[in-house]
Design a protein around this ligand. Sequence first.
Ligand code: ZN
Length: 126
Amino acid sequence: MFMVIENTPGYLPEDDDPAVFDSVDEAREYATEQLDRLIDHIAEGQDFDDDANGWTVIGDFAEGDLSVVVYDGARSHDLGRVIEIVLVCPVCREAVWDGPQGHKLAKCWNSEGHPSGMPLAFDTMA
Ligand SMILES: [Zn+2]
């Protein structure tokens, strides 16, 4: 499963209940919508600003990136917003940061979060 989170870099995600998807493609589609929405929001804010400087997007979901950072050019010390696709354990929903590199199975070590009380291997290609 894949979770899409949006937050300010260096801060905990504000959203307690992030969207979760079965496939990375679905997550990517949703993340792209979130990115469009964020850019619309920045553009709207700049409509009333004489010093509007546009925005900068680093990363591209369509190119396979799993995280994209957006900076609002009108804010001089903007930390940016990051939209990120994170692999999560299908049982305990913990983020699995060391996801498989080209392998099918990922492992979640959060034993207490599983009914079995054991680490869990799960299929990332489902
Ligand atoms: Zn787990």
